[in-house]
Design a protein around this ligand. Structure first.
Ligand code: SF4
Length: 154
C-alpha cells in the first residue's frame, strides 16, 4: 500500500488534471482511494488521508462479500463512461439530495477530496450532509441507499 505522501501526491496529481472530478462512490478496484469505512452506527468514518488500495486489499475485500457495501472508494469521475451520468452530472448525487432535500449540516465531514468531489461540485454542502450515511453497492443507482430510502423499503 502507498505511503501517505504517495497518496497525497497522487490525489493532487488527479485533481490537477484540468477539471477532472473525483467520484466519491467508486468500485473497489486496485488503485482506488479508500475514502471511508461504514460503521455499525450507519455513518461513514472518513479515512485520513484516503489510502490507495492495492490488489491484495481488493482480493481480501471481495472475499468477504461486496466491498462497496462496507467501504467507500474514490476514483476519477468518468462522466459519460458511467451509467449514472445524466448528461450533465452524476445521477446518484441528484437522487441522494432529492431524497433528503432538507439535509443540512453545520459541520462538513472531514473529507480530503472536497476540492474535486463530483457530488460537492453539483450540490455543495447538501451533498456532504447526506454523504456520511450513504452506502453503495454494485448494480446501478437503484442499489444506492440513504437512510430515507432504506426506511421506505422496510
Ligand atoms: S459529498 Fe462531501 S463529504 Fe462526501 S465525498 Fe464529496 S466532498 Fe466528501
Amino acid at each position: 500500500m502507498d505511503t501517505h505522501e504517495d497518496t497525497e501526491s497522487a490525489t493532487t496529481a488527479e485533481s490537477d488534471r484540468g477539471d477532472v472530478k473525483a467520484c466519491p462512490s467508486a468500485l473497489c478496484v486496485e488503485g482506488a482511494l479508500l475514502l471511508g469505512v461504514m460503521t455499525e452506527s450507519g455513518r461513514l468514518a472518513y479515512v485520513q488521508p484516503p489510502t490507495r488500495v492495492d490488489a491484495e486489499f481488493v482480493a481480501r475485500a471481495h472475499a468477504r462479500g461486496r466491498p462497496e457495501a462496507r467501504f467507500r472508494f474514490s476514483m476519477p469521475c468518468i462522466e459519460a463512461g458511467c451509467p449514472q451520468w445524466t448528461g450533465d452530472g452524476c445521477g446518484v448525487a441528484d437522487k441522494l439530495v432529492e431524497e433528503e432535500p432538507g439535509a443540512t449540516s453545520t459541520r462538513l465531514p472531514a473529507c480530503t477530496i472536497r476540492r474535486t468531489c463530483r457530488w460537492f461540485a453539483q450540490h455543495g454542502a447538501s451533498a456532504c450532509a447526506v454523504c456520511p450515511t450513504v452506502v453503495a453497492d454494485v448494480g446501478g443507482s437503484e442499489t444506492y441507499s440513504s437512510p430515507q430510502a432504506r426506511s421506505a423499503d422496510s
